[in-house]
Ligand binder design. Structure first.
Ligand code: F6P
Length: 372
């Protein structure tokens, strides 16, 4: 009997999502004679039974288009905001999937989506996921849909900031996305020739950053580009964070509440850390400094050729896996192959930049400072 599948996109959008939807839809219909439903706005669409039939017309002309034609959302099935209250809507989603006769669901998303999908699989919904995020931090895959495009956008920005920093003899601090992983900042910083690269994996010391800028000045360079990841923090912040986390783990009652409050205050105090860094660098170096926060521009627009091809191959592999009865797995790209990785291995983990990564090693060889 012909199978029926659902598709949804969840978490932050990224270039290449439509290429994945197209690949899943077209391969499901053409190669496996399946019916394909696209749920709108992530898991919320599955909960509210809001979907469209993905057919030839809807799947045409979307390969090169940014964003997601299905819409997305950051909802968690077990903690959905329903009328202002957090409710477990997993049961409703399972009922809707059963009523529609779905044989499987393909969820395209980042780390949070992998966790949510694993939970749904545990409740009996056959599910396959694809890794997507500009952050490149999904565990178990070499690449995620959207990273390559965002890397190119961030690199172009660093390139462009060079000429203006040079002309005005300024420090330009450029903040790059990536949540708690430094892939985008490290990649764009290295490709764009940044002078300082600050990533979450390497807590920085302001003195070292100042020192490297002053060294450049002594050598005749009156400008510097500092590429900083949004999740990057100074050493003293990390130390305090660790202390408070240890108290939260070990203590209880009032002491734990106090530590929780202090941790929340620490986080809130770091909300504008890039702007604070600019101010400190200006004061300490005597050079004029400016901040550029790239923000969501890194997630917009047409996907790169690499992202289109990654999304397309992951998407066609997902439908093939469904026909073989696979469930509770993510289709991963590993060493040039596509492999199903159990979601139990992926859920709850994050792929951060290893400190011995060749990009870090090369950058250090070139004299790029990590502020450590
Ligand atoms: O996960 C992708 C990402 O762009 C992160 O780099 C960033 O921290 C976050 O999403 C921003 O989320 P939002 O679009 O919800 O503000």
């Amino acid at each position: 009997m012909a199978q029926s599948i659902g598709v949804l996109t969840a978490g932050g959008d990224s270039p290449g999502l439509n290429a994945a939807i197209r690949a899943i839809g077209k391969s499901a219909i053409r190669s496996h004679d399946m019916t394909v439903l696209g749920f709108l706005d992530g898991f919320r669409g599955l909960m509210q039974n809001r979907y469209v039939r993905l057919d030839g017309d809807r799947l045409s002309g979307i390969l090169t288009v940014g964003g997601t034609i299905l819409g997305t959302g950051r909802d968690k099935p077990h903690k959905m905001d329903v009328g202002g209250e957090a409710m477990d809507m997993t049961g409703v989603m399972l009922e809707n999937a059963a009523a529609l006769g779905l044989d499987a669901l393909v969820a395209i998303g980042g780390g949070g989506t992998q966790k949510n999908a694993h939970r749904l699989a545990g409740r009996g919904l056959p599910i396959i996921t694809l890794p997507k995020t500009i952050d490149n931090d999904v565990w178990g895959t070499d690449a995620t849909i959207g990273f390559d495009t965002a890397l190119a956008i961030a690199t172009e920005a660093v390139d462009r900031l060079h000429s203006t920093a040079h002309s005005h003899h300024r420090i330009i601090v450029v903040e790059i996305m990536g949540h708690n992983a430094g892939w985008l900042t490290l990649g764009a910083g290295l490709a764009g020739g940044a002078d300082v690269i600050l990533i979450p994996e390497i807590p920085y010391d302001l003195d070292r950053v100042v020192e490297s800028i002053m060294d450049r000045r002594s050598a005749g360079s009156t400008f510097s580009i500092v590429a900083i990841a949004e999740g990057s923090r100074p050493m003293e912040y990390r130390r305090r964070q660790q202390e408070l986390r240890a108290v939260i783990q070990a203590a209880d009652g009032e002491q734990r509440d106090e530590a929780r409050g202090a941790l929340a205050a620490l986080r809130a105090g770091a909300a504008d850390h890039t702007t604070a860094l600019r101010r400190s660098l200006e004061e300490r170096t005597g050079l004029e400094a400016r901040v550029t926060i790239l923000g969501h521009v890194q997630r917009g627009g047409a996907p790169s050729a690499n992202d289109r091809n990654l999304a397309t191959t992951l998407g066609t592999e997902a439908t093939r896996l469904i026909t073989s009865g696979a469930t509770d797995v993510m289709v991963a790209a590993r060493a040039g192959s596509l492999v199903p990785v159990p979601l139990s291995d992926v859920a709850g983990k994050r792929k951060i930049v290893p400190l011995d990564h060749p990009w870090i090693d090369s950058a250090r060889c070139l004299g790029i400072s990590f502020g450590d």
